[in-house]
Write a protein that binds this ligand. Structure first.
Ligand code: BTN
Length: 263
């Protein structure tokens, strides 16, 4: 009997637009759920091209061609949450890096609230738990022919309960390990928080929240510059969301990948 109850409680609840909508504090009603799709970010781009008006949210149980930053793929089997929120902020010129910072803080806070798990944020777009990457963020602002932007896509992939990963990421990827987690509630909470932080991008509390959960600050890191590896200490994240690294001189990084050399 105990075993049966345990099994029931661990069963992952399906994602549904009705269930997500229940958790919204914003009046956004356009939520589209896919059982399987190539990529919610790619579909979001297509929708924008077709003239669909933001805000809207695409969520999938599984992706067959999930995309990450720098042309990486994002492993997206069932039992994750694949999420693309398309917004039209008042300031369409807002820096994608700042939107990524807002998304990372929103995600960290949502996981803390819904799952009671405290993750670390690895500059600029990854969440880590127990030294393993459990989520990634890909923000995009696709350009129209006339160089205007119709919407900003905030794409987030979260490993909720995956246990097995492909060879290339098996030593670095992990999950929240919570098959019981209500992904509808998480998607709702995340959306509410993203809308809040996108409206407060210049609030110093945003960078403070990001820094409070930073995996890199105070640690030894390395990065590539013109085919040279630079090693230094990550000392700060500035108001624009740039990472400050003290090496033989001070570097201000606004993109690229940084490796953590000592945990
Ligand atoms: C990264 O790790 O570099 C970012 C990963 C972003 C993955 C999410 S999953 C939902 C959305 N659709 C995609 O194809 N990518 C983003």
């Amino acid at each position: 009997m105990t075993v049966e109850i345990d099994k029931l409680q661990k069963k992952t609840k399906k994602i549904s637009n009705f269930e997500i909508l229940k958790h919204f504090t914003n009046p956004m009603t356009d939520v589209i759920v896919y059982n399987r799709i190539d990529s919610t970010n790619t579909r979001a781009k297509d929708f924008l091209k077709e003239g669909k008006e933001p805000p809207f949210l695409l969520v999938a149980e599984e992706q067959t061609a999930g995309r990450g930053r720098h042309g990486h793929t994002f492993f997206s089997p069932e039992s994750g949450l694949y999420y693309s929120l398309v917004i039209k902020p008042a300031d369409m010129n807002l820096a994608i890096q700042k939107a990524t910072i807002a998304a990372a803080v929103s995600l960290q806070e949502s996981i803390q609230t819904i799952a009671g798990i405290s993750c670390d944020i690895k500059w600029v777009n990854d969440l880590y738990l127990n030294r393993r990457k459990i989520a990634g963020i890909l923000c995009e602002a696709p350009r129209n022919h006339d160089n205007t932007v119709s919407g900003i896509i905030i794409g987030i992939g979260i490993n909720i309960a995956q246990k097995e990963f492909p060879e290339e990421i098996k030593d670095t990827a992990g999950s929240l390990n919570r098959p019981d987690l209500d992904r509808n509630e998480l998607a709702g909470e995340l959306t509410n928080r993203i809308f809040y932080w996108i409206d407060h991008l210049n609030d110093s509390a945003l960078i403070q929240a990001y820094k409070d959960h930073s995996l890199l600050l105070g640690k030894q890191v390395s990065f590539q510059l013109n085919e040279t590896t630079i090693t230094g200490i990550a000392t700060d994240i500035n108001e624009e969301g740039n990472l400050i690294v003290q090496a033989e001189k001070v570097y201000t990084l606004n993109s690229g990948e940084v490796s953590l050399l000592s945990w």
